[in-house]
Ligand binder design. Sequence first.
Ligand code: UT7
Length: 326
Amino acid sequence: MRHAIIIGTGSYLPDNRLTNDDLAKLVDTSDEWITSRTGIKERRISTGETTSDLAYEAGKRALSSSKLSAEELDLIICATITPDSFMPSVACIVQQRLGAYHAAAFDLTAACTGLIYAMAVATSFIENGMYKNILVIGAETLSKTLDWSDRSTCVLFGDGSGAMILSSSEQKSGIMNVILSSDGGKREHLCLPAIPMANPFVKKDETDFRPTISMNGQEVFKFAVRSITDLVKSVLAKTGLKEDDIKYVVAHQANARIIEHAAKFLGISLDKFFMNLDRYGNTSAATIGIALDEMVQNKLLKSGDRLILVGFGGGMTSGVVLVEWN
Ligand code: UT7
């Protein structure tokens, strides 16, 4: 049986830092409100770099840390809700820029759970023997989708990209278990419209429409806490592991209070939950990849460590991956 192991990670954040005090000059908010309600202190905002620029940089770094050449990649999956264009995909742009001439490439949309879904797809391609080396990227420029006059959303998000290389191995480690879930019935709680319906036969004129993120914060909060709690419990039950067998939980970085509530309901020490949302805010599909790369850079992970990666987001979607570090 082949296993998918993580052999490289990379991340990339735009240089431009936007602090809570900077935001207080744009909308009626304060560092005190944002910090106490979310834990976020600052985020990175693109000054022109596109999602494919961010994805390329993170992908290049993941490739370099894996020691593979671009030509050894069989597939590139980019999870994003903020592509440069519907076509070409971000993954195809990255494929050409990396020189990954043998790789197939496509984008995947599962909002903030995108990286978990992409890891699940990549793992099944590796386990069924179709591909050996897969670059998985989560990349977003959410700043272009924000209503910068809406204080209830514009303070939460940031731009960034995280990536990893999954590779086929005989080793019984790496991605040990995956659970994905969706609830389309709750889809109206977190929305980002695409091109509105328009053709000569549609009466309504929406030519000035600019799509922006809208959200029912409290409903998303409840969904998030429930998703993390239920999925962590489910993956532990499925694998027969106990809380003590887990070194770290890397939850989607949306709000420190979401993570604190989930930790309390699970009875898992908050110390096990890696957090960097104070510096980057919510970068949607990118958060878990950025966090994992930071953990690698900071040498927090050693062979045999078990981690739980768990995400939630628009759709609504959620998912969990149990990893045994190799
Ligand atoms: O990837 C998933 C993405 N989304 C999320 O993770 C969002 C999950 N939800 C949340 O994180 C929280 O619901 C928020 C941080 C968005 C909001 O926190 P809350 O404790 O649920 O606040 P609220 O929506 O109940 O608003 C409380 C008050 C309101 O004022 P009034 O009506 O009580 O006078 C808001 O208008 O806070 C006000 N408010 C703000 N005040 C200062 C909302 N945003 C701000 C702001 N600065 N940025």
